[in-house]
Design a protein around this ligand. Structure first.
Ligand code: AMP
Length: 410
């Protein structure tokens, strides 16, 4: 027997039973984001590798370890997108969106790829929904985007949600802080995990994300950027917090929140759920005022977030909904089956959910299928006419097929 092909490690199939709650999440997202003036954007599944190296940061985990990169037939270096913000900023610059009225508000949804160790809630192909507000440094934009994610999680009834908010200052104020943090880490080298120790020079902030116990104890005492903000950055954070409070969004201030991407400036935030295990992050983001500039566009302030679709679904752990249908049309014999086919087509064109048998079951078997499909009515087509049965009462009456749509939709 030849070996059966399997989906690659860390990937999964979305089967019809799982698809419905995803669709509902997308509907809620599209409704909420559209109402706030965000337009949908879609970018390619792969980009030039250089985009992520420049935007996400050479020393980040994503760029050093997690990218699915390959050469195409023309020798170009390409990467399956590991995140959505860099491609959208690339598109903003490429399409001259800075000439549009600012800010440009966008939302997206799609598949992302990271070569991570697969575990519950962590995959190599996963899905994100995200928003970006590009071309504004107003703290209202930070608050607006955060409120949108809060609203999405509330409307999807995600349990046990916590929001943490912090600030990473600006590139210049962070430079002095990074030096201070490096000195602190060097003084505690012996207690740090080898991985964190190796990154002291390149990426000292990453130490805050370590799950190594001793490193965590060191980091609990470490100096934090949030205490080193200049006046303008501190005022920005205070304004975002004020707006959240006034909007009834609960949050905690967290100076240890650094996030794994280099491009963040000022506001950073993350939503977690205690209904999830170790991978508790539902989504997060922040401000990235230097990124568009970095990618060759004009200096442009921006803020956004991405949320993990699978994480949201896992946290809710919703049972797939019971199927429902308007009509099941049952028939036996070739001529009757063809009349059933014509009726189902007519009903579907009229907007009804209508099913028929495609496996030549007996009438009894078809009635069982009608029940399983959650049909409100079953129509039985016979040589000398048709009848309709109300599936909940069992009441059966004759049906004039010329008026089937009218009768069945009432
Ligand atoms: P990040 O861009 O790393 O901040 O990711 C944003 C959100 O995407 C996270 O909060 C997770 O919910 C989700 N996410 C990130 N990486 C993965 C992954 N490998 N598998 C599943 N979800 C992920």
């Amino acid at each position: 027997m030849p070996e059966r092909p399997k989906a690659p490690r860390g990937t999964f199939d979305i089967l019809p039973a799982d698809a419905e709650s995803r669709a509902r999440l997308h509907e809620l997202a599209a409704g909420a984001f559209g109402a706030a003036g965000y337009g949908r954007i879609e970018t390619p599944a792969f980009e030039q590798t250089d985009l992520f190296a420049r935007a996400v940061g050479e020393a980040t985990d994503i760029v050093t370890k997690e990218m699915f990169s390959f050469h195409d037939q023309g020798g170009r270096e390409l990467t399956l997108r590991p995140e959505g913000t860099a491609p959208i900023c690339r598109a903003y610059v490429e399409h001259g969106m800075h000439k549009l009225p600012q800010p440009v508000k966008l939302w997206y949804s799609g598949a992302y790829f990271r070569h991570e160790r697969p575990q519950a809630g962590r995959f190599r192909q996963f899905h994100q929904i995200g928003v970006e507000a590009i071309g504004t440094n107003d703290p209202m934009a930070d608050a607006e985007t955060i409120i949108l994610l809060d609203q999405l999680l509330r409307s999807f009834e995600v349990p046990g949600v916590t929001l943490r908010v912090g600030s990473l200052g600006t590139v210049s104020s962070r430079a002095a802080y990074r030096e201070e943090l490096r000195d602190y880490l060097r003084a505690h080298q012996a207690e740090l995990s080898p991985e964190v120790r190796e990154r002291i020079e390149q990426n000292p902030l990453r130490a805050f994300d370590s799950d190594h116990d001793q490193t965590r104890a060191v980091m609990a005492q470490a100096p934090q950027m949030i205490d080193r903000l200049d006046d303008a950055d501190a005022e920005h954070l205070a304004a975002v917090e004020r707006l959240l409070r006034e909007s009834g969004v609960e949050f905690e201030r967290d100076g240890s929140l650094v996030r794994g991407l280099d491009y963040y400036t000022r506001t950073v935030f993350e939503f977690t759920s205690d209904a999830l295990g170790a991978q508790s992050a539902l989504g997060g983001g922040g401000r990235y005022d230097g990124l568009i500039d970095e990618l060759g566009g004009p200096p442009t302030a921006a803020v956004g977030w991405a949320a993990g679709v699978e994480r949201i679904l896992l946290a809710v752990a919703a049972e797939p909904p019971e199927p429902t249908a308007d009509v099941y049309v049952a028939a036996d014999g070739d001529a009757e089956r063809e009349r059933a086919f014509a009726l189902v087509t007519e009903l579907r064109r009229a907007g009804m959910v209508a099913h028929l048998d495609l496996a030549r079951r007996s009438i009894k078997g078809q009635m069982k299928q009608a029940d399983r499909a959650g049909a409100r009515h079953a129509v039985l087509i016979e040589a000398d006419g048709a009848s309709v049965r109300d599936m909940s009462s069992g009441e059966q009456t004759g049906l004039d097929l010329a008026h089937a749509v009218e009768v069945l939709s009432s």
